[in-house]
Design a binder for this molecule. Structure first.
Ligand code: IVH
Length: 686
């Protein structure tokens, strides 16, 4: 009698047959888009495998298609380092820039002879970059890109993606280790469907397919991931130990290898022998952009010869052998439902278009700027019109103009308000200016905006103090100007909606910290003087010991400072001429918020480079000018040659003779990475 605790060989065979058959049909259905059997037959095979595996758990394997079902909650996302870093890509926005990139590749390669040209091109998919690790052909780990060095472990979620092979397809041999990299996306159709469902259920509307894909893959509930129908497209590899597999020599071979392993690769990937072919390719993809199932924001060009690509290597940020050609912003038409007038910090009235929500380059847009009253009048934009809206990168969407052919009979030209929509006072327009302004210093909108600005990242950067609280503080009348913030008590906070004792404490601590840590430059910025941003404030803080000294400066004196022209100087004078502003300053002084210029010694501690000369050599990841500007923020003085008095030499890639000379003179050197770390430590935003 057969031992019933052991699966019979026939059973083993059946399970293996089911697994392979299901894998095959999964691939035919999801990757090839050419199903060979109907859904019911597929489901029957699937159910049979599932029940056999439940009955005989020892027959389960880590690559069984039943693992794709998902289910259960993951215990939070762990982090793991990529074996080799996942770089980002540099962008070019025109064919001239592409030519320049190609020239740079040729020059960088010149030491090795002539660059072997020929490129692999594919569309740039707008999703979430993921690395799938296969060990001896079996999927063991999936990581998000994370910060490039360390990603989040999303193995369970990735397993539910039907186009991710759980085991590499084919007979093998397989690489001992293969990190397959690609983009996880939602198709436009699936994205729209999810938003429809969310709308119907009163849930949040997702901004774009990229965020939706990212959010979905990181969902801890893997059956929810499966339901969302994510797809993975392989576009390259990271670390690989090919063992008995012949390593590919070209990008085209690599893509064929990945396809052979069962991966989907970006649609319409193609080999382009010359730079001209690359341009033709990019144009043809751009023309077809709408017809792709997923969002495409450009195409990616990669050097086809993999050993040449390896020789070119990477800058600190991106490969030297690949680049993204980005497409210009897309415009769409939608209905203009209303025009709302916003009052800004400086009293400027800005018209905002309220639109029938529409997806542009994958993002849902329901508001856009109309710039000013003249733009509206010149283009004759009317409420009720169909208007063209454009979104360029991360820039705020804008209304370009109306479609007159579709204009209804009862639309009227837009009349810009003559009074402030918030306080009702008349609005004014200065000569030579296009903007109307509310000049009422006690207009609640202006007050609220200036307090918001004061606490924002651009101002004192008081963390944990968002617009929500400012709105409530102003509405309660407890705060009418920024200095009032510093006399708030815990009871003031506790009287607000959604505020508990812990949060109230946090807000008070944040204010106390801001008071003691505020630097003079940040304080000057936070005052919100027109035309004075952080850059100008820095220059002013170098020259004046405190705001009193600045208040006394004459226009002539101010214009001597680099970057301060007559307009900025006049604006500074006007600010201090107003009594309300001088009163505000006394209030700051009274409550103890009065930063003074750092002493030289303190600056040295802060920057470590104060007063030292600095020189850059070799290729840097950023423009040299920018690096020098950063160095100046640390108090260093950029110079152009090595001398005995040089304080620090920052060494980029392929340094020239300067490094040898500096070494000979015993001058301190550091790498670009170390320089960037110094900047970060000093709180300089990169
Ligand atoms: S190749 C070393 N190809 O774009 C080569 N990347 O903005 C690096 N991306 O992080 C990537 N579509 O996640 C490549 N067809 C494609 C791509 C693609 C989308 C992503 C990728 C990268 C990001 C950079």
């Amino acid at each position: 009698m057969p031992d019933s605790s052991e699966p019979s060989p026939a059973l083993r065979e059946r399970v293996q047959f089911l697994r392979e058959t299901i894998d095959h049909h999964n691939y035919a259905y999801h990757v090839l888009n050419a199903p060979e059997i109907d859904d019911a037959t597929f489901d029957a095979l699937f159910r049979e495998l599932k029940s056999l595996e439940e009955q005989w758990p020892e027959l389960k394997t880590p690559w069984s298609p039943t693992l794709r079902i998902g289910g259960g909650l993951l215990p939070g996302l762990a982090k793991q380092a990529h074996r080799s870093r996942m770089y980002s890509l540099d962008n070019v926005f025109s064919y001239e820039e592409w030519d320049a990139f190609l020239d740079k590749m040729r020059r960088a390669f010149a030491d090795n002879g002539a660059l072997p040209e020929g490129f692999w091109c594919d569309p740039k998919l707008d999703g979430l970059a993921v690395e799938l690790v296969y060990e001896d052909g079996i999927l063991t780990t999936a990581l998000t890109r994370g910060d490039g060095e360390v990603g989040e472990v999303v193995t369970e979620g990735a397993r539910t993606i039907r186009t991710v092979p759980l085991r590499l397809m084919g007979k093998g041999p397989f690489p001992a280790y293969l990190a397959v990299r690609g983009e996880t996306i939602l198709t436009k159709e699936d994205f729209a469907r999810i938003n429809e469902e969310n709308r119907a259920r009163g849930k949040k509307i997702l901004a774009n397919p990229r965020n939706a894909a990212a959010g979905t893959l990181r969902l801890l509930d893997t059956s929810a991931v499966r339901a969302k129908n994510l797809r993975f497209f392989a576009y390259g590899i990271g670390e690989a130990d090919y063992k008995d597999v012949q390593p590919p020599e070209t990008y085209a071979d690599l893509m064929a290898l990945l396809q052979g392993y069962g991966f989907e690769t970006p649609p319409r990937g193609s080999f382009c022998p010359t730079s001209k072919d690359v341009k033709n390719y990019a144009e043809s993809v751009r023309e077809m952009r709408e017809s792709f199932a997923m969002e495409i924001d450009g195409c990616v060009v990669k050097l086809n010869n993999l050993s040449a690509a390896k020789a070119l290597g990477y800058t600190a940020r991106a490969p030297r052998f690949a680049v993204a050609i980005k497409y210009p912003a897309q415009a769409v038409e939608t209905r203009l439902l209303a025009i709302e007038i916003q009052v800004g910090r400086t009293g400027v009235l800005t018209p905002v278009a309220i639109l029938e929500p529409v997806a542009i380059q994958g993002a849902m847009v329901s508001r856009a700027t109309l710039h000013n009253s003249e733009e509206i009048a010149e283009r004759d934009i009317r409420v009720g019109d169909y208007v063209t809206v454009r979104r360029a990168g991360d820039v705020i969407p804008e209304v370009i103009g109306p479609n007159r052919d579709k204009r209804g009979p009862d639309t009227k030209p837009f009349e810009f308000p003559k009074t402030c929509p918030v306080c009702g006072e008349p609005v004014f327009r200065e000569k030579d200016e296009v903007a109307f302004r509310c000049e009422n210093v006690s207009c609640p909108a202006i007050r609220e905006r200036s307090i918001e600005y004061f606490v924002s990242k651009a101002g004192l950067d008081i963390t944990g103090f968002g617009e929500k609280w400012v709105e409530q503080l102003v509405a309660s009348g407890r705060v009418t100007q920024p200095a009032d913030l510093f006399s708030l008590t815990i009871d003031d906070f506790l009287s607000f909606k959604h505020m508990g004792p812990l949060l109230a404490r946090k807000c008070l601590d944040a204010l106390a910290r801001a008071k003691s840590e505020a630097t003079l430059e940040r304080f000057i910025t936070a005052l919100g003087i027109r035309h004075v941003g952080l850059g100008t404030a820095r220059a002013l803080a170098k020259k004046y010991s405190d705001v009193d000294a600045l208040a006394e400066a004459t226009e002539a004196e101010l214009t001597e400072i680099p970057d301060v022209g007559p307009i900025v100087a006049a604006s500074i004078r006007n600010f201090f001429a107003l009594k309300t502003n001088r009163d505000l300053l006394s209030r700051f002084k009274e409550c103890g918020l009065w930063p003074v210029r750092k002493t030289e010694e303190k600056e040295a501690q802060a920057g470590g480079l104060s007063g030292k000369t600095i020189l850059f050599t070799g290729a840097l990841s950023m423009k040299r000018k920018l690096a020098e500007q950063y160095a100046e923020q640390l108090g260093a003085i950029p110079v152009s040659a090595v001398s005995r008095s040089l304080g620090l030499l920052v060494v980029g890639e392929k340094p020239g003779s300067k490094l040898a000379k500096a070494r000979a003179l015993g001058i301190q050197t550091c790498t670009e990475e170390e320089f960037l770390a110094m900047l970060r430590e000093s709180g300089i935003a990169l």
